[in-house]
Design a protein around this ligand. Structure first.
Ligand code: ATP
Ligand code: MG
Length: 329
Protein backbone atom coordinates (compact mmCIF):
# COMPACT_ATOMS: atom_id res chain seq x y z
CA UNK A 1 0.00 0.00 0.00
CA UNK A 2 1.15 3.48 -0.84
CA UNK A 3 -0.82 5.26 1.82
CA UNK A 4 -1.91 8.86 1.42
CA UNK A 5 -4.30 10.61 3.75
CA UNK A 6 -6.56 11.72 0.90
CA UNK A 7 -7.20 8.08 -0.05
CA UNK A 8 -8.53 7.26 3.41
CA UNK A 9 -12.21 7.81 4.06
CA UNK A 10 -13.19 8.18 7.71
CA UNK A 11 -15.95 5.80 8.73
CA UNK A 12 -16.16 6.34 12.46
CA UNK A 13 -14.10 6.69 15.59
CA UNK A 14 -13.05 3.48 17.35
CA UNK A 15 -11.68 5.00 20.49
CA UNK A 16 -9.39 7.47 22.12
CA UNK A 17 -6.29 6.88 24.12
CA UNK A 18 -3.80 9.09 25.83
CA UNK A 19 -1.59 9.40 22.78
CA UNK A 20 -4.27 10.04 20.21
CA UNK A 21 -7.34 8.58 18.59
CA UNK A 22 -8.14 5.60 16.39
CA UNK A 23 -10.59 5.69 13.48
CA UNK A 24 -12.06 3.04 11.27
CA UNK A 25 -11.27 4.10 7.70
CA UNK A 26 -11.57 2.78 4.18
CA UNK A 27 -8.61 2.86 1.83
CA UNK A 28 -10.76 3.87 -1.13
CA UNK A 29 -8.50 2.73 -4.04
CA UNK A 30 -8.34 -0.84 -2.70
CA UNK A 31 -11.57 -0.93 -0.62
CA UNK A 32 -9.50 -2.07 2.35
CA UNK A 33 -10.91 -1.38 5.81
CA UNK A 34 -8.22 -0.24 8.22
CA UNK A 35 -7.76 1.21 11.68
CA UNK A 36 -5.97 4.55 11.51
CA UNK A 37 -4.22 5.70 14.66
CA UNK A 38 -3.53 9.41 14.81
CA UNK A 39 -0.76 10.40 17.18
CA UNK A 40 -0.07 14.04 17.84
CA UNK A 41 3.68 14.49 17.91
CA UNK A 42 5.21 17.69 19.13
CA UNK A 43 8.68 17.19 17.69
CA UNK A 44 11.10 18.54 15.12
CA UNK A 45 10.76 17.39 11.48
CA UNK A 46 13.97 15.37 11.80
CA UNK A 47 12.60 13.49 14.80
CA UNK A 48 9.30 12.89 13.05
CA UNK A 49 11.09 11.42 10.05
CA UNK A 50 13.14 9.24 12.36
CA UNK A 51 9.95 7.96 13.99
CA UNK A 52 8.54 7.17 10.58
CA UNK A 53 11.70 5.24 9.68
CA UNK A 54 11.58 3.28 12.92
CA UNK A 55 7.94 2.39 12.38
CA UNK A 56 8.89 0.63 9.13
CA UNK A 57 10.10 -2.34 11.19
CA UNK A 58 6.42 -3.13 11.59
CA UNK A 59 6.34 -4.09 7.90
CA UNK A 60 8.50 -7.07 8.86
CA UNK A 61 6.30 -8.24 11.72
CA UNK A 62 4.33 -11.19 10.47
CA UNK A 63 2.53 -13.27 13.04
CA UNK A 64 -1.11 -14.20 13.54
CA UNK A 65 -0.72 -12.90 17.09
CA UNK A 66 0.36 -9.41 15.98
CA UNK A 67 -1.79 -6.77 14.29
CA UNK A 68 -0.77 -6.35 10.63
CA UNK A 69 0.70 -3.06 9.57
CA UNK A 70 -0.32 -1.28 6.37
CA UNK A 71 1.92 1.75 6.67
CA UNK A 72 2.51 5.07 8.39
CA UNK A 73 2.80 8.63 7.16
CA UNK A 74 3.17 12.15 8.45
CA UNK A 75 0.15 14.41 8.39
CA UNK A 76 1.19 17.59 10.12
CA UNK A 77 1.21 17.76 13.13
CA UNK A 78 0.30 14.09 13.42
CA UNK A 79 1.74 10.72 12.62
CA UNK A 80 -0.80 8.30 11.20
CA UNK A 81 -0.35 4.59 11.64
CA UNK A 82 -2.58 2.33 9.59
CA UNK A 83 -3.16 -1.18 10.80
CA UNK A 84 -5.41 -4.18 10.52
CA UNK A 85 -8.94 -3.44 11.70
CA UNK A 86 -10.20 -5.81 14.40
CA UNK A 87 -13.98 -5.80 14.28
CA UNK A 88 -14.62 -6.95 17.87
CA UNK A 89 -12.39 -4.26 19.36
CA UNK A 90 -10.18 -4.45 22.41
CA UNK A 91 -10.67 -6.73 25.39
CA UNK A 92 -11.31 -3.88 27.79
CA UNK A 93 -14.26 -2.81 25.68
CA UNK A 94 -15.44 -6.41 25.40
CA UNK A 95 -15.48 -7.13 29.14
CA UNK A 96 -17.11 -3.79 29.86
CA UNK A 97 -19.87 -4.78 27.44
CA UNK A 98 -20.34 -8.47 28.31
CA UNK A 99 -18.88 -8.74 31.81
CA UNK A 100 -16.12 -10.96 33.15
CA UNK A 101 -14.51 -13.09 30.45
CA UNK A 102 -14.86 -16.88 30.59
CA UNK A 103 -11.66 -18.38 32.03
CA UNK A 104 -11.21 -20.63 28.99
CA UNK A 105 -11.17 -17.55 26.80
CA UNK A 106 -8.75 -15.90 29.21
CA UNK A 107 -6.43 -18.90 28.79
CA UNK A 108 -6.51 -18.36 25.04
CA UNK A 109 -5.79 -14.67 25.54
CA UNK A 110 -2.77 -15.60 27.66
CA UNK A 111 -1.60 -18.00 24.96
CA UNK A 112 -1.98 -15.43 22.15
CA UNK A 113 -0.18 -12.71 24.10
CA UNK A 114 2.70 -15.04 25.02
CA UNK A 115 3.05 -16.12 21.38
CA UNK A 116 2.98 -12.49 20.23
CA UNK A 117 5.56 -11.39 22.81
CA UNK A 118 7.80 -14.36 22.02
CA UNK A 119 7.63 -13.60 18.30
CA UNK A 120 8.41 -9.90 18.79
CA UNK A 121 11.34 -10.64 21.05
CA UNK A 122 12.86 -13.68 19.39
CA UNK A 123 12.59 -12.41 15.83
CA UNK A 124 12.91 -8.64 16.24
CA UNK A 125 14.26 -8.08 19.77
CA UNK A 126 11.24 -5.89 20.42
CA UNK A 127 9.77 -5.57 23.93
CA UNK A 128 6.12 -4.64 23.89
CA UNK A 129 6.07 -2.23 26.90
CA UNK A 130 2.33 -1.62 26.96
CA UNK A 131 0.46 -4.88 27.50
CA UNK A 132 -3.05 -4.18 28.80
CA UNK A 133 -6.58 -5.14 27.77
CA UNK A 134 -6.96 -2.11 25.45
CA UNK A 135 -3.96 -3.31 23.44
CA UNK A 136 -5.26 -6.85 22.98
CA UNK A 137 -7.73 -6.99 20.11
CA UNK A 138 -10.21 -9.55 18.90
CA UNK A 139 -12.03 -10.18 15.62
CA UNK A 140 -15.06 -12.20 14.57
CA UNK A 141 -12.84 -15.04 13.34
CA UNK A 142 -11.94 -15.49 17.00
CA UNK A 143 -8.38 -14.30 16.51
CA UNK A 144 -6.63 -12.52 19.36
CA UNK A 145 -3.77 -10.16 18.54
CA UNK A 146 -1.64 -7.57 20.26
CA UNK A 147 -1.03 -4.02 19.06
CA UNK A 148 0.74 -0.81 20.10
CA UNK A 149 4.13 -2.30 20.86
CA UNK A 150 7.20 -0.16 21.31
CA UNK A 151 8.91 -0.38 17.93
CA UNK A 152 10.04 3.19 17.80
CA UNK A 153 12.30 4.50 20.53
CA UNK A 154 11.79 8.03 19.23
CA UNK A 155 8.03 7.64 19.32
CA UNK A 156 8.18 6.36 22.89
CA UNK A 157 10.32 9.39 23.81
CA UNK A 158 8.05 11.87 22.07
CA UNK A 159 4.92 10.53 23.69
CA UNK A 160 6.70 10.44 27.03
CA UNK A 161 7.56 14.13 26.59
CA UNK A 162 3.94 15.01 26.04
CA UNK A 163 2.26 12.66 28.47
CA UNK A 164 3.53 11.25 31.70
CA UNK A 165 3.57 7.64 30.67
CA UNK A 166 2.75 6.02 33.94
CA UNK A 167 0.59 3.01 33.64
CA UNK A 168 -0.89 1.00 36.43
CA UNK A 169 -0.07 -2.19 34.54
CA UNK A 170 3.58 -1.40 35.23
CA UNK A 171 5.75 -3.96 37.01
CA UNK A 172 7.34 -3.18 40.37
CA UNK A 173 10.86 -3.13 38.89
CA UNK A 174 9.72 -0.74 36.19
CA UNK A 175 8.15 1.61 38.72
CA UNK A 176 11.45 1.61 40.54
CA UNK A 177 13.26 2.64 37.41
CA UNK A 178 14.97 -0.61 36.54
CA UNK A 179 15.54 -1.58 32.95
CA UNK A 180 12.62 -2.80 30.95
CA UNK A 181 12.80 -6.45 29.97
CA UNK A 182 10.39 -8.96 28.41
CA UNK A 183 9.58 -10.01 31.96
CA UNK A 184 8.01 -6.61 32.64
CA UNK A 185 5.50 -7.44 29.91
CA UNK A 186 4.76 -10.72 31.71
CA UNK A 187 3.77 -8.78 34.84
CA UNK A 188 1.45 -6.58 32.79
CA UNK A 189 -0.05 -9.71 31.26
CA UNK A 190 -0.76 -11.10 34.74
CA UNK A 191 -2.58 -7.92 35.79
CA UNK A 192 -4.53 -7.90 32.52
CA UNK A 193 -5.62 -11.53 32.92
CA UNK A 194 -7.00 -10.91 36.40
CA UNK A 195 -8.86 -7.88 35.09
CA UNK A 196 -10.47 -9.94 32.33
CA UNK A 197 -11.34 -12.90 34.54
CA UNK A 198 -12.87 -10.75 37.28
CA UNK A 199 -14.33 -8.13 34.97
CA UNK A 200 -12.72 -5.34 36.91
CA UNK A 201 -9.31 -3.80 37.54
CA UNK A 202 -7.52 -6.00 40.08
CA UNK A 203 -6.06 -3.45 42.44
CA UNK A 204 -9.22 -3.20 44.40
CA UNK A 205 -10.44 -4.24 47.84
CA UNK A 206 -14.12 -4.18 47.02
CA UNK A 207 -15.64 -6.62 44.58
CA UNK A 208 -18.76 -4.55 44.14
CA UNK A 209 -19.55 -1.86 41.60
CA UNK A 210 -17.59 -2.93 38.59
CA UNK A 211 -19.05 -0.51 36.07
CA UNK A 212 -15.48 0.44 35.30
CA UNK A 213 -15.66 3.83 36.80
CA UNK A 214 -12.98 4.42 39.29
CA UNK A 215 -14.79 3.60 42.48
CA UNK A 216 -12.90 0.31 42.35
CA UNK A 217 -9.68 2.12 41.66
CA UNK A 218 -10.13 4.30 44.71
CA UNK A 219 -10.49 1.24 46.88
CA UNK A 220 -7.01 0.30 45.86
CA UNK A 221 -5.20 2.91 47.76
CA UNK A 222 -4.22 2.50 51.34
CA UNK A 223 -7.73 2.13 52.69
CA UNK A 224 -6.65 3.35 56.12
CA UNK A 225 -6.18 6.87 54.82
CA UNK A 226 -8.65 8.68 52.62
CA UNK A 227 -7.09 9.85 49.40
CA UNK A 228 -7.92 13.30 48.07
CA UNK A 229 -9.47 12.45 44.75
CA UNK A 230 -11.38 14.69 42.49
CA UNK A 231 -15.05 15.00 43.35
CA UNK A 232 -16.39 11.51 43.45
CA UNK A 233 -20.07 12.20 43.09
CA UNK A 234 -19.68 14.11 39.86
CA UNK A 235 -21.28 11.67 37.47
CA UNK A 236 -21.37 13.66 34.27
CA UNK A 237 -19.99 11.85 31.28
CA UNK A 238 -17.00 14.03 30.58
CA UNK A 239 -15.54 13.74 34.04
CA UNK A 240 -16.14 10.01 33.99
CA UNK A 241 -14.18 9.74 30.80
CA UNK A 242 -11.38 11.81 32.23
CA UNK A 243 -11.18 9.73 35.33
CA UNK A 244 -11.11 6.57 33.30
CA UNK A 245 -8.25 7.98 31.32
CA UNK A 246 -6.41 8.94 34.48
CA UNK A 247 -5.99 5.30 35.30
CA UNK A 248 -3.46 4.98 32.53
CA UNK A 249 -1.54 8.17 32.74
CA UNK A 250 -1.34 11.70 34.03
CA UNK A 251 0.69 12.54 37.01
CA UNK A 252 0.12 16.21 36.44
CA UNK A 253 -2.63 18.25 37.92
CA UNK A 254 -5.93 17.36 39.45
CA UNK A 255 -6.64 15.41 42.57
CA UNK A 256 -5.55 12.17 40.91
CA UNK A 257 -1.90 12.92 41.55
CA UNK A 258 -1.65 11.37 44.97
CA UNK A 259 -3.77 8.41 44.15
CA UNK A 260 -1.65 7.37 41.21
CA UNK A 261 1.51 7.72 43.25
CA UNK A 262 -0.07 5.71 46.02
CA UNK A 263 -1.09 3.02 43.61
CA UNK A 264 2.46 2.81 42.29
CA UNK A 265 3.71 2.58 45.86
CA UNK A 266 1.18 -0.11 46.54
CA UNK A 267 2.42 -2.15 43.57
CA UNK A 268 5.98 -1.90 44.83
CA UNK A 269 5.36 -2.50 48.53
CA UNK A 270 2.36 -4.78 48.86
CA UNK A 271 1.95 -8.42 47.84
CA UNK A 272 0.98 -8.91 44.21
CA UNK A 273 -2.71 -9.38 43.40
CA UNK A 274 -3.97 -12.89 42.83
CA UNK A 275 -6.70 -14.57 40.90
CA UNK A 276 -8.85 -15.11 43.99
CA UNK A 277 -11.27 -17.77 43.11
CA UNK A 278 -13.11 -19.66 45.84
CA UNK A 279 -12.88 -22.54 43.40
CA UNK A 280 -14.26 -20.60 40.46
CA UNK A 281 -11.07 -20.85 38.41
CA UNK A 282 -8.88 -23.87 37.72
CA UNK A 283 -5.87 -24.23 39.96
CA UNK A 284 -3.53 -23.96 36.97
CA UNK A 285 -5.00 -20.58 36.04
CA UNK A 286 -4.26 -19.27 39.53
CA UNK A 287 -0.79 -20.74 39.36
CA UNK A 288 -0.10 -19.17 35.97
CA UNK A 289 -1.15 -15.72 37.17
CA UNK A 290 1.00 -16.14 40.28
CA UNK A 291 3.98 -16.91 38.03
CA UNK A 292 3.35 -13.75 36.02
CA UNK A 293 3.10 -11.69 39.17
CA UNK A 294 6.28 -12.72 40.94
CA UNK A 295 7.56 -9.40 42.18
CA UNK A 296 11.21 -10.28 41.68
CA UNK A 297 11.91 -10.19 37.93
CA UNK A 298 14.75 -12.68 38.37
CA UNK A 299 12.22 -15.26 39.50
CA UNK A 300 9.62 -14.40 36.89
CA UNK A 301 9.71 -16.47 33.70
CA UNK A 302 9.96 -15.15 30.16
CA UNK A 303 7.03 -15.32 27.71
CA UNK A 304 8.77 -18.19 25.94
CA UNK A 305 9.15 -20.21 29.16
CA UNK A 306 5.53 -19.57 30.08
CA UNK A 307 4.32 -21.05 26.80
CA UNK A 308 5.16 -24.39 28.43
CA UNK A 309 3.00 -23.75 31.49
CA UNK A 310 0.35 -26.45 31.88
CA UNK A 311 -2.53 -23.98 31.70
CA UNK A 312 -1.31 -22.72 28.31
CA UNK A 313 -0.56 -26.19 26.99
CA UNK A 314 -3.96 -27.33 28.19
CA UNK A 315 -5.70 -24.39 26.49
CA UNK A 316 -4.18 -25.41 23.17
CA UNK A 317 -5.26 -29.03 23.46
CA UNK A 318 -8.87 -28.21 24.30
CA UNK A 319 -9.40 -26.20 21.08
CA UNK A 320 -11.96 -23.85 22.59
CA UNK A 321 -14.13 -22.35 19.84
CA UNK A 322 -13.19 -18.67 19.97
CA UNK A 323 -15.05 -17.90 16.78
CA UNK A 324 -18.30 -19.12 18.34
CA UNK A 325 -17.49 -17.13 21.47
CA UNK A 326 -16.85 -13.96 19.44
CA UNK A 327 -20.21 -14.38 17.74
CA UNK A 328 -22.01 -13.98 21.07
CA UNK A 329 -21.39 -10.24 21.32
P1 ATP B 1 -3.72 4.18 25.85
O1 ATP B 1 -3.61 5.43 25.07
O2 ATP B 1 -3.69 4.39 27.32
O3 ATP B 1 -2.74 3.14 25.39
P2 ATP B 1 -5.80 2.81 24.40
O4 ATP B 1 -4.96 1.62 24.04
O5 ATP B 1 -7.23 2.54 24.70
O6 ATP B 1 -5.20 3.57 25.63
P3 ATP B 1 -5.49 3.73 21.70
O7 ATP B 1 -4.34 2.82 21.44
O8 ATP B 1 -5.42 5.10 21.13
O9 ATP B 1 -5.73 3.90 23.25
O10 ATP B 1 -6.79 2.99 21.15
C1 ATP B 1 -8.07 3.51 21.38
C2 ATP B 1 -9.11 2.42 21.16
O11 ATP B 1 -9.22 2.14 19.78
C3 ATP B 1 -8.73 1.08 21.80
O12 ATP B 1 -9.17 1.01 23.12
C4 ATP B 1 -9.42 0.07 20.90
O13 ATP B 1 -10.68 -0.24 21.43
C5 ATP B 1 -9.54 0.78 19.58
N1 ATP B 1 -8.59 0.20 18.60
C6 ATP B 1 -7.26 0.42 18.54
N2 ATP B 1 -6.69 -0.23 17.52
C7 ATP B 1 -7.68 -0.89 16.90
C8 ATP B 1 -7.73 -1.79 15.75
N3 ATP B 1 -6.64 -2.10 15.06
N4 ATP B 1 -8.92 -2.32 15.41
C9 ATP B 1 -10.04 -2.00 16.13
N5 ATP B 1 -10.06 -1.19 17.20
C10 ATP B 1 -8.91 -0.63 17.59
MG1 MG C 1 -3.73 1.14 22.43
Amino acid sequence: YDLRDEDLKDLHELGQGNGGSVKKVEHVPTHTIMAKKIVLIDAKPSVRKQILRELQIMHDCHSVYIISFYGAFLSDPNICICMEFMDKGSLDGIYKRIGAIDIEVVANVAHAVLEGLTYLYDVHRIIHRDIKPSNILCNSKGQIKICDFGVSGELINSIADTFVGTSTYMSPERIQGAQYTVKSDVWSLGISLIELALGRFPFSESASDDDSDLSDFEGTLSPARPVPLEKKKDKNKESKRNRRKSRGVSLQGGGMTMSILELLQHIVNEPAPKLISDGRFPKMAEDFVNSCLLKDPDQRQTPKDLLNHEWIVHAQTTNFDLEAWASTF
